[in-house]
Write a protein that binds this ligand. Structure first.
Ligand code: FAD
Ligand code: MLT
Ligand code: ZN
Length: 518
C-alpha cells in the first residue's frame, strides 16, 4: 500500500475509538487539583531563608481606600477563600499569603492604585491568567495582587494591516477567536491560551508553538502602554510597523515579568490566517532522526512549515496514562508533530505527502498519521500541549525550560535520567525543538529535597557549560532568579538592576522575582 494511504487508514482504524475518555479525565483532574491545593506549602515556609522586604502592612483604612477607588462588586477581594486561587500558582509549587486582590478596569485605575502603593510602600504582584510556570505570578509573602482580569476590552482591529489593539487582560484564546473572524491569527499560541492574558504573554515574552514561523513577541508587538511604579502612564502605543524615533522602550517591558511596570494595553501585528493547515504525527527511532527530519523539513517544506514539535516516549506515556488520551500510533522512542500552513490545499498536501513518503522510504520515520479533520488535529495537538497538565497528576513537577544547541539537546534528558534514577517518578523531554527549546521535567509523588538537590544546581551547570539558556521562554520568576548568572554576565545583570531602580526606585513591583538579591 502507498505509505501515506497507510498513514491515513491507520488513523481511521486507531485514532478515534478512545476519545470518549477525554471528558472524564478533565473532571478527575479538577478533583486532583482541588485536593492538592489544600496541601501546597507556603513559599515562605519552604524557603525559610527568605526575608520579607521592608514593605508596609495593610490596615482596614487602606482596604477602604482601595474600595473607594474601585467601586462595584468583586473588585476588591479580601475573603481568604476568594484569595486562595490568586495566591497559588498553576504548578501548585508556590503559595503566598496576600490578603488583597485588586481588579482595576482602566489604565487610570491602575495608575491610581500604584500611586497609593508607591507612596505607602505596599509591594504589588501583577497577575494575569496565573498560568506562569516559574512562580512569578503569585506573591511570596503578602504582596497586593493586582489582577488584570477585568481589563479585557478589545479596542480596535484593522483588518487590512492586521493590527489589533486591546487591554492587557484579554485572554489569548479569545483574541484569537476574535481576529480569526477577520481571517487573521494571533502570532503566538500556547497550551494555556484558554486562561493566559495577553499582558501576561508580553510580560513573560511567551514563546509557544508559532514562534518558529512568526518569531518572538519582540517582533510582533508594535506598541504597548504600561503604568510605572509611581503611577505614571508610559504611552508607547504606536501602531506603526516602522518607527525608529529614539529608544524602543516597549522592548524593555516584553519579558520584564511584572518588575518594571504594569502592562495595560498592547498593539499587536496579527498574521494572515492560512487557508489550509495540515498536521502530521510521526514515530521515530532516535533523537538523531528527529534532527535529520527537522533539517529535511526546513529544506523540503520550507515556506509552508509552521510548527515542528517533539515528545519523547515518556512524555506521550504520561498523557496516555494520566489523562487517558489515546495515541494515534504505536509506541516509539520519539514523536514529532509537523504542521504546515499555506494558501493552496492541493499544493501543500502534495508537498507534505511526498515528503512523508520519502521519510518512510528511507526509514527516518517508522509510523505516522496525518490528521484528516479539525477534531483529529486538536487531539494530536492535545497530546503535545497537555503534557504539562498530565505531569501534575504524578504529584510534584520539577520544571526546566532550556535553550540548547541542537546537537546537545536531548543528552540533558539522558544525563538527568541516569542521575536521578529511581528516586524520581519519571524524567521526560519534550518541546519546541524547532526553536532549540527543550522542556525537561522530572516528577515525584511530592516535593522531595533529595530529588531537588540531585537536579539543581547540576542542571544549570550542565546548561551553562554548553552556553545554553536556563530559561528559554518561561522567565526566571521566583524559582530561577538566583541562577541568572548561568546565562547572563555580571555586567548585564548590573545594567538590569540599574534599569529596575530607575523604573521602580522603591522596589514595590514584584519583589523577590527575576533579579537576584544583591
Ligand atoms: P501570569 O502567570 O499571571 O504572570 C506571569 C508573569 O507576568 C508574572 O511575573 C506576572 O507578575 C507578570 N504579569 C502578568 N500580567 C502582567 C501585566 N499586565 N503587566 C506586567 N506584568 C504582568 N509559556 C510559553 O512561553 N510557551 C508555552 O508554550 C507555554 N505553554 C504553557 C502551557 C501550559 C499548560 C501552561 C500552564 C503554561 C504555559 N506557558 C507557556 C507559561 C505561561 O502560560 C506563559 O508564561 C503566559 O505568557 C503567562 O501569562 P499569564 O497571563 O497567565 O501570566
Ligand atoms: C509547553 O510548551 O508545553 C509549555 O511551555 C509548558 C511546559 O513547559 O510544560
Ligand atoms: Zn513551551
Amino acid at each position: 500500500m502507498h505509505s501515506c494511504q497507510l498513514i491515513r487508514s491507520h488513523i481511521v482504524r486507531k485514532l478515534w475509538r478512545k476519545l470518549g475518555l477525554v471528558s472524564s479525565a478533565v473532571s478527575s483532574r479538577e478533583a486532583h487539583i482541588t485536593n492538592t491545593l489544600r496541601a501546597v506549602e507556603l513559599t515562605s515556609v519552604r524557603y525559610p531563608y527568605l526575608k520579607r522586604g521592608n514593605y508596609s502592612k495593610l490596615t482596614d483604612q487602606d482596604v477602604a481606600q482601595f474600595e473607594r477607588l474601585l467601586p462595584g462588586e468583586q473588585r476588591v477581594l479580601t475573603d481568604p477563600s476568594d484569595l486562595e486561587g490568586y495566591n497559588t500558582d498553576w504548578l501548585k509549587i508556590c503559595r503566598g499569603i496576600s490578603q488583597l486582590v485588586l481588579k482595576p478596569k482602566t489604565t487610570e485605575e491602575v495608575s491610581d492604585i500604584l500611586k497609593i502603593c508607591n507612596e505607602k510602600k505596599f509591594a504589588v504582584n501583577p497577575q494575569g491568567g496565573n498560568t506562569g510556570l516559574v512562580g512569578g505570578s503569585v506573591p511570596v509573602f503578602d504582596e497586593i495582587i493586582l489582577s488584570t482580569s477585568l481589563m479585557n476590552n478589545i479596542i480596535s482591529l484593522d483588518a487590512l494591516s492586521g493590527i489589533l489593539t486591546c487591554q492587557a487582560g484579554c485572554i489569548l484564546g479569545n483574541l484569537n477567536d476574535h481576529v480569526s473572524q477577520h481571517n487573521l491569527i494571533m502570532p503566538l499560541d500556547l497550551g494555556a491560551k484558554g486562561s493566559c492574558h495577553i499582558g501576561g504573554n508580553l510580560a513573560t515574552n511567551a514563546g509557544g508553538i508559532r514562534l518558529l514561523r512568526y518569531g518572538s513577541l519582540h517582533g510582533s508587538v508594535l506598541g504597548l502602554e504600561a503604568v510605572l511604579a509611581n503611577g505614571e502612564i508610559l504611552d508607547c502605543m504606536s501602531t506603526l510597523r516602522k518607527d525608529n524615533t529614539g529608544y524602543d522602550l516597549k522592548q524593555l517591558f516584553i519579558g520584564s515579568e511584572g518588575a518594571l511596570g504594569i502592562i495595560t494595553k498592547a498593539a499587536i501585528l496579527c498574521p494572515q490566517k492560512s487557508n489550509t493547515v495540515n498536521l502530521a504525527f510521526l514515530g521515530l527511532d532516535s533523537f538523531n532522526d528527529v534532527l535529520d527530519v527537522f533539517r529535511d523539513s526546513k529544506k523540503h517544506l520550507s515556506e509552508i512549515l509552521s510548527a515542528f514539535e517533539f515528545l519523547d516516549s515518556e512524555s506521550l506515556k504520561v498523557c496516555t496514562s494520566n489523562l487517558q488520551l489515546a495515541s494515534p500510533i504505536a509506541q516509539h522512542p520519539f514523536y514529532i508533530l509537523i504542521e504546515t500552513s499555506g494558501s493552496n490545499g492541493t499544493h501543500d498536501e502534495e508537498k507534505l505527502t511526498q515528503f512523508l513518503e520519502t521519510l518512510m522510504t528511507v526509514g527516518k520515520v517508522k509510523d505516522g498519521t496525518v490528521a484528516v479533520d479539525d477534531k483529529q488535529m486538536q487531539h494530536i495537538w492535545g497530546l503535545r500541549e497537555r503534557v504539562a497538565e498530565a505531569l501534575l497528576h504524578d504529584g510534584y513537577c520539577y520544571k526546566y525550560d532550556v535553550s540548547l544547541p541542537l546537537h546537545d539537546f536531548y543528552n540533558l534528558v539522558l544525563d538527568m535520567r541516569s542521575r536521578v534514577g529511581h528516586k524520581a517518578t519519571r524524567v521526560v523531554g519534550y518541546g519546541h525543538v524547532g526553536d532549540g527549546n527543550l522542556h525537561l521535567n522530572i516528577t515525584s509523588p511530592s516535593y522531595d529535597e533529595e530529588v531537588a538537590s540531585l537536579i539543581e544546581p547540576f542542571v544549570y551547570d550542565w546548561i551553562a557549560e554548553r552556553r545554553g539558556s536556563i530559561s528559554a521562554e518561561h522567565g526566571l520568576g521566583f524559582k530561577k532568579r538566583h541562577y541568572i548568572y548561568h546565562s547572563k554576565s555580571r555586567s548585564a545583570v548590573a545594567a538590569m538592576k540599574a534599569i529596575k531602580h530607575l523604573f521602580d526606585p522603591n522596589g514595590i513591583l514584584n519583589p523577590y522575582k527575576t533579579l537576584p538579591d544583591d
